[in-house]
Design a protein around this ligand. Structure first.
Ligand SMILES: *Cc1c(COP(=O)(O)O)cnc(C)c1O
Length: 395
């Protein structure tokens, strides 16, 4: 896989950070480059991915769903079966192990809905490390069960009361902490975003998804014709796409169109955004004409981010990957259809990819294959779906 030495994907990516952080990210990059090819590091990470997290995940032929639609064969990459219920553990194990090799005593992270905070707390508990997680105080109330989960796992949660008291304020606070404690602290980022080397490093840790897809499809004598994943920050998608961009597969990323792109209540950064700088990277953003970051909306908390990983911005402009957006309504329909036909409850994030797969598979021949990354399981989302259905019955 390509390693961009300057951290640039075309004009995107880079390192837009205060001078005080430059030594920290340089040291991180140096260590990442050293350990990513280190035999012992790779064996240890591989061990945890297999025996602790549950890799490899199955590639499941969704026969009932495919036959119901009457088009292409749909295969589901079952990241929902991983420990913790989502792909996030691939990244948190990788980074936590790297932090351990770098002899960092303290791990900090930030979290919105709490999913990344929980995945960080799990990886740190498994590796015998201490995690501190920043979370907007509004989110700590909305997601109090995830706060309790993190506490159970031995992590300390710091509620952030400034600004809108949500994810972006938690990110600011985590960065402030990192600047003050660079020597002792490792900042564990949750998606393929941020200053170089984070987007590349998170991509590499998640690329196990696409590598397994390639070999599992080969195992059944096929190559994927179409590959689909949902895009929030973009880590499960880039991990799916990266090992397949050199193949002939058609590749599609699906963002959250929320209540529709015209409504402004969405988080479809690539479909509706413009170039700018946020969280240390040049990328597409949802912003107004003065560069103020827009409010975002999605039925799925995990896609509710006004930026996107810089490599996706590059893949969009180079047209190697097509990006579309699915509305809350389409997503709930897909959630219900997959649950009923296959007995698999997908995360609402993943249901964005499923919604697009349903649309595409209908129009394709039976001989073709659509691979969908099911980034997580939907047990966490059943109440949200119930509320959505109740609201829309009343309307
Ligand atoms: C967090 C999350 C996402 C969004 O994150 P990416 O970095 O875009 O992958 C998608 N699906 C699930 C299940 C998640 O928990």
């Amino acid at each position: 896989m390509r390693y961009p030495k300057d951290g640039r994907f075309g004009e995107f990516g880079g390192r837009f950070i205060p001078e005080t952080l430059v030594p920290a990210v340089e040291e991180l990059e140096e260590n990442y480059l050293k350990f990513k090819n280190d035999k012992e590091f790779k064996a240890e990470l591989d061990y945890y991915l297999r025996v602790y997290a549950g890799r490899p995940t199955p590639l499941y032929y969704a026969k009932n769903l495919s036959e119901k639609l009457g088009g292409a064969r749909i295969y589901l990459k079952r990241e929902d079966l991983l420990h913790g219920g989502a792909h996030k553990i691939n990244n948190t194990l990788g980074q936590a192990l790297l932090a351990k090799k770098m002899r960092r005593k303290r791990i900090i992270a930030e979290t919105g809905a709490g999913q990344h905070g929980v995945a960080t707390a799990m990886a740190c508990a498994a590796l015998g490390m201490k995690a501190e997680v920043y979370m907007g105080s509004k989110d700590t109330i909305r997601q109090k069960l995830n706060v309790f989960r993190m506490n159970l796992l031995g992590a300390q949660v710091h509620p952030v009361g400034s600004g809108s008291r949500t994810l972006k304020d938690a990110i600011n606070e985590a960065i402030r902490d990192w600047i003050a404690n660079v020597e002792t602290t490792y900042y564990l980022l949750g998606s393929a975003v941020g200053p170089h080397p984070y987007p590349v490093m998170v991509r590499d840790f998640q690329s196990v998804i696409g590598e397994e897809i390639r070999s599992q499809m080969r195992g059944i004598g096929r190559t994927p014709d179409i590959v689909i994943a949902c895009v929030g920050g973009g880590s499960n998608a880039i991990g799916t796409f990266c090992p397949l961009v050199e193949t002939d597969a058609e590749i599609i990323g699906v963002e959250a169109a929320g209540r529709g792109l015209e409504s402004k209540k969405h988080s479809a950064t690539l479909s509706a955004g413009s170039r700018g700088v946020l969280h240390g990277m040049m990328t597409y953003l949802l912003q107004d004409k003065d560069g103020q970051i827009a409010k975002t909306h999605s039925i799925s908390a995990g896609l509710d981010y006004p930026g996107v990983g810089p490599e996706h911005s590059y893949l969009k402009d180079s047209r190697r990957v097509m990006y579309h957006a699915a509305t809350d309504g389409d997503v709930v329909d897909a959630f219900l259809m997959l649950t009923r036909t296959e007995g698999i409850i997908p995360a609402l994030e993943s249901a964005h990819a499923v919604a697009w797969a349903i649309k595409v598979a209908r129009r394709r021949r039976r001989s073709e294959s659509v691979v969908v990354t099911l980034s997580g399981r939907g047990d966490k989302d059943v109440e949200e779906v119930q509320n959505y259905l109740n609201r829309n019955v009343k309307d």
